[in-house]
Design a protein around this ligand. Structure first.
Ligand SMILES: C[S@@+](CC[C@H](N)C(=O)[O-])C[C@H]1O[C@@H](n2cnc3c(N)ncnc32)[C@H](O)[C@@H]1O
Length: 425
């Protein structure tokens, strides 16, 4: 049985979890329930995604989120696309929070009379019971333009197994399949999945989709807010697939008003392979954004910033993917978000970093007129701050002018002292 939560009921409910999302406009405070806050999509991420959805041409019908949590994502879809939406949530208090948040956003945007708010509905009930939900919405004629789903997952999951998702994808697909509006590209679905899914698990998701809608178009989208990790991984399907793109990487900008940096490719991308040469003075080393590597789109992006065919991947795993190349990258300001460090190798140091060798790094840095050296390689967490502090202190006392960084060549105990590109050029 599904029940529509009216805005009055939501206002009267005593919801205690309330907070300002730092990425949402000031004063637009969201309600949550039962620790719903960490599950909810940050406003900025949700808005960027809704703006991408506006690139597509959806059929008529409801925008639906069948596990809407605090409702943030379905609210941005409704307000950005200016279309009525339905959110379904199993937990009654969270459904109340969603209804409250809809009202908060509508009031903030002075939009209470607009259809995207006035005709939208929040239901409490099971998101895998499409028959029940459609009955509650009262319309035999009603149909679904878009199905969004961000299933709940155990917080400490190690495996990210698809069977852990609630509601399960296959049940959602089977239940809602008869209710999609007609569209030449098939139904529109947006699956918001665990960012830690392996390649094999992504294939499993595609198999579940193909079992119901064989071969509909699809775009995988990796979203990162920096710090070298993928924050969101989503599969956009059918009428919601993003043009010819098979893959997209979206870097959420640090400044709220700025547009996202988007890299995309209509091609299936080959896996990158490690290929390191002996270390060389004068070559360039770049430490790239790990999330960009995970998306498989690093080579597409590199073709924009260099004419060189890049193959010399010295490190691919972990937080600091390392690429070696012959010429500097041509970066503009936005590209800086994808590069942790880039520069020219000025010194090959035939030792590893430890308590006894920090001073030798300082000597080499001074010989190269350097004012700073940042450690850009894995180091024991209890030692790294001490070594970095020592480098900072010793170099600050001298009169070097160039900034640089230190990496480890993966082929053995060899450190590469690099001068940042802007300085070396
Ligand atoms: C990750 S949260 C969604 C967060 C949402 N995208 C947001 O922006 O706030 C997943 C939600 O699915 C709900 N859920 C789990 N099983 C469900 C079901 N069978 N029907 C409806 N909701 C369900 C959980 O209670 C949880 O609130």
């Amino acid at each position: 049985m599904h029940r529509i939560i009216s805005p009055d009921e939501a206002v009267d409910a005593t919801l205690t979890e309330r907070s300002q999302d730092p990425t949402a406009p000031k004063g637009m405070e969201f309600h949550h329930a039962k620790q719903g806050r960490p599950l909810s999509t940050p406003w900025q991420v949700a808005t960027i995604r809704s703006l991408m959805l506006a690139e597509t041409h959806l059929a008529d019908g409801w925008l639906l989120d069948c596990a809407c949590g605090s409702g943030i994502q379905i609210i941005t879809h409704a307000s950005v696309l200016n279309r009525p939406a339905v959110g379904i949530e199993l937990d009654e208090e969270r459904a109340m929070a969603s209804a409250m948040n809809f009202l908060t956003v509508a009031q903030h945007q002075d939009a209470e009379a607009l259809p995207w708010y006035a005709e939208s509905r929040i239901l409490v009930g099971d998101g895998t019971d499409a028959v029940g939900a459609m009955e509650a919405l009262g319309g035999k004629e009603a149909s679904i333009a878009l199905l969004h789903i961000d299933p709940a997952r155990p917080r400490n999951s190690r495996t990210h197994d698809l069977s852990e998702m609630q509601p399960p994808l296959n049940e959602v697909f089977r239940s809602w399949a008869p209710y999609f509006s007609e569209h030449p590209k098939g139904p529109a679905l947006l699956l918001d999945l665990s960012p830690r899914l392996t390649h094999g698990q992504r294939t499993e998701v595609e198999e579940l989709v193909d079992a119901v809608w064989p071969k509909i178009d699809r775009t995988w989208v990796w979203t990162s807010r920096g710090r070298g990790r993928v924050d969101r991984l989503a599969l956009w399907l059918g009428a919601a697939a993003l043009g010819p793109d098979k893959r997209r990487f979206v870097r959420v900008p640090p400044q709220l008003g700025d547009g996202a940096l988007v890299i995309s490719s209509p091609l299936d991308v080959p896996e990158l392979e490690l290929l390191f040469h002996p270390p060389q003075r004068g070559e360039y080393v770049s430490i790239l954004d790990a999330a960009l590597i995970e998306s498989g789109l690093a080579v597409s992006w590199l073709s924009e910033v260099s004419e060189e065919v890049m193959t010399r991947w010295a490190v691919l795993e972990g937080r600091r993917p390392q690429l070696h190349h012959q010429a500097p990258l041509r970066l503009d300001k936005a590209d800086d978000l994808l590069v942790q460090a880039t520069g020219k190798v000025v010194e090959l140091l035939p030792f590893d970093l430890d308590d006894t060798t920090v001073d030798r790094v300082v000597e080499a840095a001074l010989e190269n007129n350097m004012a700073s050296v940042k450690i850009r390689m894995d180091a024991p967490p209890e030692k790294q701050p001490r070594w970095q502090g020592s480098l900072d202190r010793q170099l600050a006392r001298r009169h070097g002018t160039k900034d640089g960084f230190l990496v480890r060549h993966p082929g053995g105990n060899m450190l590469l002292l690099c001068v940042c590109h802007s300085e070396s050029s």
